[in-house]
Ligand binder design. Structure first.
Ligand code: PLP
Length: 436
């Protein structure tokens, strides 16, 4: 209650704008996830630059949310702003290729090790296209995902295991598509379960994050990803790495960092520098099987792509982003900051002798209020919304923004060691407040 009052007292202008928004905007926000921020209403943002965000009440925050990874580069990179305004004056969308498309595809090929690329509006969109291609190539009806995965709002992926049965993700909107018919679900870090399920022979592809990130970070156990590759190959199942979040592991995501060899790969969010864009890449073998039927008009393109897909604006922004950001040099700054975060939080946890845990993947880190979970179901069971809500509100009230959907703290080259230490101090304060 004290933190709620403090929140209201700090944000009179956001409060007034939230009241205005309650009429024309469903639930008072332009997008449902924005209802998930702590506090009685969502803050309205005035501007964001580098590692800082300023709300309409003039309060500045250390931004560890970075648009839930959409702004992993840090906000408002000058080169990206320049490319966007140049493109705005020369045409944004034409339904013909712009000069930047080939450059961006070649750069993605260099980073991720897959030779052939296409674009999409969002990672959700890209996943949808990839699943369709996989079913087309294998003639098999079903897709496989990890229990408690998240791959965007793709119907078939909103499924979890319940006592061995595949059921809709709890709380998912609307009468669901019949996920028991479309989807196989397996626990992360369990090669034997994957082997058993794929042996049934009805799965087109396995869509997975190399490390789970959406229910908190769950890292793969040693050898697990090699087994996944071997099992999928043996059963003729295409392996799709969704690197949308695991791009935090390095310039070519976990795929390059850990030497993985997927058949297809999806990456979205920050690659357009904040302009909606995602991309999917494929092996030479997959590309060879698709290109012919696309050029020969044997595939109805109504199943993939879209009017604004691969528009000139998004590709100009992506070229500026990938040529100046998310490179080795950038991770060489951002990753040690995440390490400093992990060390600082771990020290507080140790000082208070708590059974909590902090996990890191590249420039991203998250803490758990329990020992590290091994799979998605354990992670989901460990989520404590009340605890998280308290920590997030406590931090927000002291000028530090964490991602509300999980405990994510994401670092860019624009952050400093001082920003990390500020969070550590706030985290320590929250623990003390909680302990009374
Ligand atoms: N894939 C992964 C791994 C994600 O975490 C997300 C979103 O959080 C998506 C796909 C969907 O991205 P978008 O919401 O930009 O479509």
């Amino acid at each position: 209650a004290t933190e709620e009052k403090r929140f209201r007292d700090l944000h009179p202008r956001s409060a007034a704008l939230a009241e205005d928004a309650a009429g024309p905007l469903l639930a008072g926000v332009p997008m449902p996830w924005m209802t998930r921020w702590p506090g009685a209403f969502a803050l309205t943002v005035d501007s964001a630059s580098g590692a800082r965000l300023v709300d309409v009440d003039g309060i500045e925050y250390v931004d560890l949310c970075l648009g839930d990874t959409g702004a992993m580069t840090g906000h408002a990179l000058p080169q990206v702003a320049e490319a966007i305004s140049r493109r705005a004056a020369t045409g944004l969308t034409t339904m013909l290729p712009s000069t930047d498309a080939t450059w961006v595809a070649a750069e993605l090929a260099r980073r991720f090790g897959l030779p052939s690329w296409q674009f999409a509006m969002s990672a959700t969109d890209a996943n949808r296209f990839v699943l369709r291609f996989a079913r087309h190539l294998t003639g098999r009806p079903r897709i496989a995902v990890m229990d408690w995965c998240y791959h965007g709002t793709v119907d078939e992926t909103l499924a979890v295991l319940d006592g061995g049965r595949v059921v809709p993700r709890p709380g998912a909107l609307g009468p669901q598509v019949d996920v028991a018919a479309t989807t196989a679900v397996v626990p992360f870090n369990d090669a034997a379960a994957l082997e058993r399920r794929l042996a049934e022979g009805d799965v087109a592809c396995l869509l997975m994050e190399p490390a789970l990130t959406n229910i908190g970070i769950v890292l793969p156990e040693p050898g697990y990803l090699a087994e996944v590759r071997e099992i999928t190959r043996r059963h003729g199942v295409l392996l799709v790495n969704d690197e949308t979040h695991t791009l935090c592991a390095g310039p070519g995501g976990a795929t390059a960092a850990w030497g993985l060899q997927p058949d297809l790969l999806v990456v979205g969010k920050p690659i357009g520098g904040g302009v909606p864009l995602a991309a999917y890449g494929m092996s030479a073998e997959v590309a060879a099987r698709l290109a012919g039927s696309m050029l020969g008009h044997e595939i109805d393109v109504a199943g993939v792509g879209g009017t604004l897909t691969a528009n000139a604006l998004a590709l100009a922004a992506a070229r500026a982003t990938l040529s100046t950001s998310l490179r080795d040099d950038d991770f060489a700054v951002a990753t040690p900051l995440a390490e400093r975060f992990t060390d600082g939080v771990a020290d507080v946890i140790e000082q208070h002798d708590l059974p909590w845990h902090v996990q890191r993947l590249g420039c991203r880190a998250e803490y758990w209020f329990c020992p590290p979970p091994r799979d998605g179901a354990a992670a989901a069971a460990a989520v404590d919304e009340e605890f998280e809500g308290f920590f997030h509100l406590y931090a927000l009230n002291r000028g530090v923004l964490l991602t509300p959907f999980h405990n994510m703290a994401l670092f860019s080259p624009a952050h400093t060691a001082g920003d990390v230490d500020r969070h550590t101090e706030v985290f320590g304060g929250a623990v003390e407040a909680l302990m009374g």
